[in-house]
Design a protein around this ligand. Structure first.
Ligand SMILES: [Zn+2]
Length: 295
């Protein structure tokens, strides 16, 4: 049993071919952008799948991680604040028909959280809050070996929880979401450069440190709210901004522990083990689980 896993992102689409153990056999990338609507995305996914098929052989199932609100049981993309033109798109059915294999669709951060759980098979967390901090902030909740998607599939959307009701306008149209003060794009807007660039010198160096600290504090407060609500055993921080490393993680954890009930703060904070391919490999895992090839 082999699976195609696709992570549809705001700037690129990453597709990988995985075996039944989740090992990546091959990968390919396509460029995307905010204007990547359903037609273009389907063309890119099918082209990437054909390339992998020709280079590495066939696959039996497909999984897609998508940056938006997804109705998982129906393979339906409800909407997206990252990509334009998506409203009630039957992405799973379209890709299944085009590729001739069953296809599941889930939120991209849910898919990444599944990859993270697989990385932690030796010591699985009883409950996990997974927070992906990149251009925007996404989240996922796991209980035992399973995702908790919520009543309509949007559980874990911590990036669009309000932290300042008088704050800046978010992509979702509301004010003061965590996205607006703690995401990679929020830090980039404040600094005028990618905050991961450590080569910034002089007074800009101090400004960069201040911006990172302020964003980490906001993220910690947002996570503290989630800790009081969910009381998870483990909080994992992933996504591109997590490349800031242990110092950033500690700043987020310190703020979260300061703001949460002491009992809720007694969880572990760790950086993600699954790397930048987590969304694609997690989507492949979801496809394998659907097929019954994986427990
Ligand atoms: Zn928002």
């Amino acid at each position: 049993m082999r699976a195609l896993g696709v992570d549809v992102g705001g700037s690129k689409l990453l597709a990988c071919l995985a075996d039944s153990e989740g090992r990546t056999l091959g990968r390919t990338v396509r460029e995307t952008g905010r204007a990547t609507g359903p037609e273009k995305a389907c063309r890119l996914i099918v082209a990437a799948a054909r390339e992998l098929r020709e280079a590495h052989g066939s696959f039996d199932v497909a999984g897609i991680g998508f940056p938006g609100q997804v109705d998982f049981p129906r393979g339906l993309v409800r909407a997206s604040v990252m990509l334009d033109g998506w409203l009630d798109v039957a992405l799973g059915a379209r890709i299944s028909e085009a590729l001739g294999v069953p296809c599941v669709v889930d939120n991209d951060v849910n898919a990444a959280a599944v990859a993270e759980l697989k990385q932690r098979d030796d010591d699985p967390p009883a409950s996990m809050l997974f927070v992906s901090v990149g251009t925007g902030i996404g989240g996922a909740i796991t209980l035992g070996p399973h995702l908790w998607r919520g009543h309509t599939g949007v559980a874990g959307e911590i990036g669009n929880t309000t932290i300042d009701r008088h704050g800046a306008t978010c992509w979702c149209g509301r004010r003061g979401c965590l996205n607006t003060c703690a995401s990679g794009s929020a830090m980039q807007n404040a600094l005028g450069a990618d905050v991961r660039l450590s080569a910034v010198t002089g007074s800009d160096h101090h400004r960069r440190e201040d911006i990172i600290q302020a964003a980490a504090t906001s993220l910690g407060i947002g996570i503290a709210n989630a800790l009081n609500l969910l009381n998870p055993a483990l909080v994992v921080l992933g996504g591109g901004v997590s490349q800031l490393g242990p110092g950033w993680l500690e700043a987020v954890a310190a703020a979260a522990r300061r703001e949460a009930f002491p009992e809720a703060g007694q969880c572990r904070f760790e950086l993600a083990l699954a790397g930048y391919e987590a969304g694609a490999t997690g989507a492949a895992w979801l496809a394998l689980e659907m097929s019954g090839a994986s427990a």
